[in-house]
Design a protein around this ligand. Structure first.
Ligand code: FAD
Length: 372
């Protein structure tokens, strides 16, 4: 590698944009290439709740808390509405309890407060208390949300200002191999981009592209639906994760909504098209209204549908691909929470070659080693 590494990043979602911005900060020459428009993948239709709530492996929890820390810094630096830390509120479905979850969070030092139903209104404005579970709710005051498209735009502006290039709409891109290593990227448009290192950050499409190179990374990416409302004066500031709907505030007074049940109602046609039923969108809107104080009437501004990246074992897949020298990969669930930190760590690994111990559990080789 020359002293000024030349890196091509594939994918203009939050992970590609973050990696590219951190790369230019470290002095790399960067071309970012992406199939369609910037932030047109999962990052453009994400709930983007910044959290490490619930139970998961210690390594993954640690990485997520570091991820939240980076957003907190970004929020202080940015001083605007793209990233907010106004907490998260969750309550259990009928017949279930969140007591154990709360105890677990306390045991690992995750900021978690049990609220009796009657305490919710004073602590979390905008919530219809009658919708809250009888046992009460868990407030995680340190959680927040991010508007990914706005942050992607900011990060890519930084790339360009530092002399990097962003190539939108070049079609599908694949790494080019020569002499047993990656030497660049070829786009469907015919354009070629030479590189010392290629970073594949194609969101849910990463397993598809790796498979073309003979590398297996299992996935369980579902098709997900996100609904954005027109601006509404809801008074809500926290992210709500309720049994039937997740609601988070967004810039301009809008709300974004998703749910597991609405995801499962999306039809995937044989030709790969998605069909979102009006009844699903109406149902999501009704569920959101039900948990908001005054049960406001909500209007749909837009819907976004497509795959939500989730690796086969649920944990991030990050780092060099052992069988393809010169290729790094980024494929993760919770890519909003991890967006800044994984870009930072990946850029440092690419430029210095030094392995980050916080990533050691998340290497792609955990799957290929098993396959062999
Ligand atoms: C409904 C929903 C809710 C979510 N909720 C949360 C949440 O609450 N908290 C959280 O932390 N995360 C959440 N996520 C996950 C998070 O949004 C994603 O993990 C993250 O946005 C992924 O970013 P990415 O950069 O990896 O991929 P993407 O944003 O999908 O970007 C990849 C880009 O690369 C392009 N591309 C792909 N392959 C190629 C190729 N071969 N050549 C050229 N271009 C290519 C695609 O067109 C796309 O534009 C949610 C996601 C969804 C969909």
């Amino acid at each position: 590698m020359s002293t000024t590494p030349r890196v091509v990043v594939i994918g203009a979602g939050i992970l590609g944009a973050s990696t590219a911005a951190h790369l230019v900060r470290l002095g790399a020459r960067v071309d970012l290439v992406t199939e369609g428009a910037v932030a047109s993948g999962a990052s453009g239709r994400s709930l983007s709740w910044l959290n490490s709530a619930g139970a998961r492996t210690d390594d993954y929890h640690r990485l997520r808390t570091v991820g939240i820390d980076r957003w907190r810094t970004f929020a202080h630096v940015g001083l605007d509405d793209r990233v907010r830390f106004d907490g998260g509120l969750t309550w259990a479905a009928p017949g279930e309890s969140h007591r154990e979850r709360h105890e677990h969070e306390l045991s690992i030092g995750y900021d978690s407060v049990w609220l009796e139903r009657a305490e919710v209104a004073a602590r979390v404005p905008g919530v219809d208390v009658s919708a809250v579970a009888e046992e009460g709710a868990v407030l995680n005051p340190g959680e927040g949300w991010v508007d990914l498209p706005l942050v992607v735009e900011t990060l890519l502006a930084e790339v360009v200002a530092a002399g990097g290039s962003v190539h939108e709409g070049v079609g599908r891109c694949l790494p080019v191999l020569s002499g047993g290593r990656t030497t660049g990227v070829r786009a469907a448009s015919g354009a070629e981009f030479p590189a010392d290192t290629v970073v594949l950050a194609g969101g849910p499409w990463v397993p598809r592209d790796l498979a073309e190179l003979g590398v297996a990374v299992p996935e369980q990416s579902p098709v997900a639906l996100l609904v954005r409302t027109a601006p509404v004066d809801s008074g809500l500031r926290a992210v709500l994760n309720t049994p039937r709907v997740a609601v988070r505030p967004a810039p301009g007074g809008t709300l974004v909504l998703d749910a597991g049940w609405s995801e499962r109602e999306v039809e995937v046609r044989g030709d790969g098209d998605y069909v979102v039923h009006d009844s699903t969108v109406a149902g999501l809107i009704a569920e959101a209204s039900r948990v908001l104080v005054g049960n406001p009437s909500l209007t749909v501004a837009s819907t976004g549908v497509g795959p939500k990246p989730i690796p086969g074992d649920g944990e991030p897949v990050v780092g060099p691909v052992a069988d393809v020298p010169g290729l790094h990969v980024l494929f993760t669930h919770s890519g909003a929470t991890l967006g800044l930190v994984l870009g930072e760590f990946t850029a440092r690994e690419v430029v210095t070659g030094a392995e980050n111990p916080l990533l050691s559990s998340f290497r792609p080789s955990r799957f290929t080693a098993v396959a062999r």
